[in-house]
Design a binder for this molecule. Structure first.
Ligand code: F3S
Length: 425
């Protein structure tokens, strides 16, 4: 790999052991990928909040040792300096308000809190969400980023035209310390053209429809770059958030084009550039129904223990929509309604009275984490319902529960009645 003088000096330890370890990691990683060089980045989203398990595995040797081991792949503890690049914490393990509801011990709470303040002292912005793009980190077209979190990567690549691959914890941490990332994959213009044409012959209206379409497309194209033709209405952030998260769950989609909507494709021709489609797929009534059945294949029991809204983390508009459905009503005593959102949006939801409406209905507005990442559910939960194709893809597998997938309205109704009555309309 070709290195600049600055990169060579970092590798050789001029800026300390941690930066040298980070540079060494990036060089090894880049060489495996066939990257010829590194590229500068000043926008890194990673995950460096640790709990008691990691502390224990490092023999309680302190947060520098934990960061070295788990974020830098360096078994020898090194002193971690402030981050060089603008750095952001993605989702974490704990809601600082509702950690007891999550079932966390005081010890776990204290360890995570300590890890958060360590991150903050090192210049990592505590956004604590899988949707940094809705709370202030909005990269621009062409900006080289280094982000973890597949649902966020597919959003910023496709909708905003920023450039990132799906990074891992270690490569993102190394990018935070050096401001560099291997120049390969979606950093290169030639890899961003479409690979598959998807003719959408079914109306795609609400976020349920966008989740179904995303799940279908991801499964079909896997790591390809789908181009959607036939979308009649301009989708908003919520719909694109659901689409991308679903496509990145059933497959490994990191980039897509919707001609006329996403920034790198004014037309189908521009989306494909010099490439020809490898395959043309048709999404019609049959594909929609089969995808719906697949997403609901783990559920049989209609008594719903938990309804989860906010995967990826809910926007303020989604919170308002839930409020309109629950205002003046109560969540069924045998069920629970949890809505997940970034910490910053929960603050606004408090100011707007939405958080109070949810509390009065017996629902919880949670932040910073989610059941799939934090691995927590109300005690005894057997059946969940969610409006997220991503969450219903992962949660039944991770937590051994049944999962219903439906519209936001159907999910909220099931929390109010305790029973699932969703169907494909
Ligand atoms: Fe976010 Fe958790 Fe879903 S990280 S995208 S809410 S699985």
């Amino acid at each position: 790999m070709r290195l600049t003088d600055d990169e060579r000096r970092m590798r050789d330890g001029e800026q300390g052991e941690a930066v040298a370890a980070a540079m060494d990691l990036l060089i090894r990683y880049g060489e495996v990928l066939g990257a010829e060089r590194l590229v500068d980045t000043d926008n890194v989203c990673g995950a460096n909040i640790f709990g008691p398990r990691q502390m224990q595995l490092c023999g309680h040797a302190g947060p520098d040792a934990v960061f070295s081991e788990f974020s830098l792949d360096s078994p020898e503890p090194v002193e971690i300096p402030p981050m060089r690049a603008q750095s952001y914490q993605l989702i974490g393990p704990m809601d600082t308000q509702h950690w007891q509801v999550q079932g966390l011990s005081q010890e776990a709470h204290d360890a995570i809190e300590e890890s958060e303040s360590y991150s903050a002292r090192h210049g990592i912005h505590l956004m604590n969400t899988c949707t940094p793009y809705q709370v202030g980190n909005v990269p621009v077209k062409g900006e080289h980023c280094a982000w973890m979190e597949s649902s966020a990567v597919v959003y910023v690549n496709s909708v905003l035209g920023a450039r990132t691959n799906v990074e891992g914890r270690e490569s993102a941490a190394a990018a935070m310390l050096t401001g560099k990332i291997p120049y390969w994959g979606y950093h290169l213009a030639e890899n961003r053209f479409g690979s598959h044409l998807v003719e959408v012959a079914e109306p795609v209206r609400d976020s349920l429809d966008w989740g179904l379409l995303g799940y279908y497309v991801g499964e079909q194209v896997q790591e390809g770059v789908p181009v959607l033709d036939g979308i009649a209405e301009v989708p908003n952030l919520v719909k694109l958030k659901h689409f991308g998260a679903a496509a990145a769950s059933s497959g490994g989609v990191e980039m897509y084009h919707i001609p006329g909507t996403t920034v790198e494709a004014r037309s189908v021709e521009e989306a494909f550039g010099p490439r020809r489609p490898l395959q043309t797929l048709r999404y019609g009534e049959r594909e929609r129904r089969l995808t719906y059945e697949q997403l609901n294949s783990t559920a049989q029991d209609t008594d719903v223990d938990l309804v989860m809204i906010g995967c990826p983390h809910a926007t303020l508009s989604q919170i308002r929509d839930v409020c309109r459905l629950v205002e003046g009503r109560k969540v069924h005593p045998d069920s629970a309604l949890w809505v997940f959102t970034p910490r910053a949006i929960r603050q606004v939801a408090e100011q707007n009275g939405y958080a109070r409406i949810l509390r009065d209905a017996g629902a919880l507005l949670m932040s910073d984490t989610c059941p799939a990442i934090g691995q927590f559910l109300p005690k005894g939960t057997r059946v969940i319902a969610t409006d997220s194709a991503k969450q219903v893809h992962y949660l039944p597998a991770i937590m051994k529960v049944q999962g219903w997938f439906g519209s936001t309205e159907e999910c909220v109704q099931s929390a109010l009645t305790g029973r699932w009555q969703g169907e494909l309309r």
